[in-house]
Design a protein. Structure first.
Length: 152
């Protein structure tokens, strides 16, 4: 398993049961720094280019400082889900269900636009939940769990 898909707590990142792979909730914690992603600069160049195509990463401090935490975390979480899916022989298109948790539902529009990068067609079935204090730290704004369908 890659470092990116390994949880920082004592639980499995994913578990296969028959044709389904259930992914634990993924938050935007950079495992190398053991810190929550808060800025665009913490993302790879590929992410920055993709986010620019959506109108993010503007270079305007007053805009980027407001949008960056939710946008960067959205990309990081979805990319991690993609990595874990690949480790199990799947792709993002194999996700049949996403459960998305937000500390503040005002972050959902940012996440929704970023999710379009990972699901250019129809996104999977999803549930959106606002949670008050169930994130692993105050900086974590978004957590996503996924269910993949991978027939053997």
């Amino acid at each position: 398993m890659s470092t990116m898909g390994k949880p920082m707590a004592n639980y499995a990142a994913a578990k296969r049961v028959g044709d389904f792979v259930f992914l634990s909730g993924v938050v935007a914690v950079d495992p190398m720094r053991k810190a929550v992603v808060q800025s665009y600069e913490e993302l790879p160049a590929e992410a920055m280019e993709q986010l620019k195509s959506l109108g993010y990463v503007t270079g305007q401090m007053t805009v980027d400082i407001y949008e960056a935490p939710a946008v960067a975390q959205s990309w990081f979480v979805l990319d991690r889900i993609r990595q874990i899916a690949r480790e199990h022989g799947g792709e993002m298109k194999d996700a049949v269900k996403l459960v998305q948790y937000f500390r503040d539902l005002r972050h959902y529009p940012f996440y929704n636009r970023v999710r379009g990068l990972f699901y250019p067609g129809e996104p999977p079935v999803s549930t959106v939940v606002e949670v008050a204090r169930f994130m692993p730290g105050d900086g974590a704004l978004i957590e996503v769990e996924a269910t993949l369908y991978l027939p053997k």
